[in-house]
Ligand binder design. Structure first.
Ligand SMILES: *[C@@H]1O[C@H](CO)[C@@H](O)[C@H](O)[C@H]1NC(C)=O
Ligand SMILES: *[C@@H]1O[C@H](CO)[C@@H](O)[C@H](O)[C@H]1NC(C)=O
Ligand SMILES: *[C@@H]1O[C@H](CO)[C@@H](O)[C@H](O)[C@H]1NC(C)=O
Length: 262
């Protein structure tokens, strides 16, 4: 099978890091390289040396990821390295630019304006339901509802305009393909079982785990590890369904698997 040299980029990704794993389960990489942009949901170490509290380089973070990079053999020889640590050889395979608390507004932690790098396949992952995170629920209350509706309304307004932007990019660039991944759809449980929106670890006021605290023992029954971030099992679920969509709403126009094969 001829392999095209089409880098797969994830922009605004909330789970690119995990997707790498899925991409590689097939035995060999489906794309030659993979670049990841995003915030703490994909930051795999870029913030460790930055002046920020948005880090996850202390226990109990990583409890379900004990072997870290070396344990998981992906089509890519390893996980995509953090930009902070990347070597010249690794840069051909991809870089993870994810940075905890990064955003599109100037006041957010980092300013990601790295688009014109020659990507030909781009997955744009929309905002997740931030109003359902334990930290926002603790901050704003829910008025008896499961989530903070005002925040989720804002998420919806953002995503409703993001998707047409992706459609426009497909129309305007015939040599590149873009897809929108709908996290709202993907995080809707299939069997209608919804787990409580509570953190698995004891959290600080900023929603991060208390350093060296003991996380809940059965993490496979939790969606949230800390006040904002999904557990390993939840991330795997999100990534799996982004890769192979279960509903036509999940990914538009392509799921990641299809995007990689185009
Ligand atoms: C980066 O490299 C340093 C030194 O080689 C190492 O100690 C550190 O763990 C690495 N960090 C990450 C995030 O891989
Ligand atoms: C972010 O990028 C924009 C556009 O390049 C620039 O005007 C702005 O000063 C940058 N902000 C920060 C905080 O670096
Ligand atoms: C995402 O999926 C939900 C269904 O879960 C749908 O209501 C919403 O319109 C979709 N968003 C976009 C931008 O397509």
């Amino acid at each position: 099978m001829a392999r095209e040299l089409n880098p797969l980029f994830s922009v605004l990704t909330v789970l690119g890091f995990i997707l790498v794993r899925i991409l590689v389960v097939v035995g060999q990489p489906q794309v030659p390289c993979y670049f990841i942009f995003g915030d703490s949901l994909v930051d795999n170490g870029n913030n460790n040396e930055l002046r920020t509290t948005a880090k996850a380089n202390y226990p109990p973070y990583g409890v379900d990821f004990p072997e870290g990079v070396s344990g998981q053999r992906l089509g890519f020889a390893d996980f995509i390295p953090p930009y902070a640590n990347v070597t010249d050889q690794e840069i051909d395979i991809g870089v993870n630019y994810g940075s905890g608390s990064a955003g599109i507004r100037d006041e957010s932690g980092r300013n990601l304006t790295l688009y014109k790098l020659g990507a030909r396949k781009v997955a744009v992952i929309g905002l997740g339901l931030i109003g359902c995170t334990p930290a926002e629920i603790a901050n704003f209350g829910t008025d008896g509802k499961p989530c903070v509706d005002s925040i989720n309304d804002a998420v919806k307004r953002f995503n409703d305009r993001l998707k047409p932007l992706v459609d426009g990019l497909n129309n305007d660039n015939s040599d590149a393909r873009f897809t929108y991944i709908n996290i709202t759809s993907i995080s809707t449980p299939q069997e209608g079982v919804s787990l409580p929106n509570v953190p698995c670890c004891p959290v600080r006021e900023d929603g991060q785990c208390v350093p060296n605290s003991t996380p809940c023992p059965v993490r496979d029954l939790s969606v949230f590890f800390d006040g904002y971030h999904p557990t390993e099992i939840a991330n795997i679920g999100l990534a799996t369904r982004s890769y192979n969509a279960l509903s036509p709403m999940d990914a538009s126009p392509y799921d990641i698997n299809r995007l990689a094969q185009l």
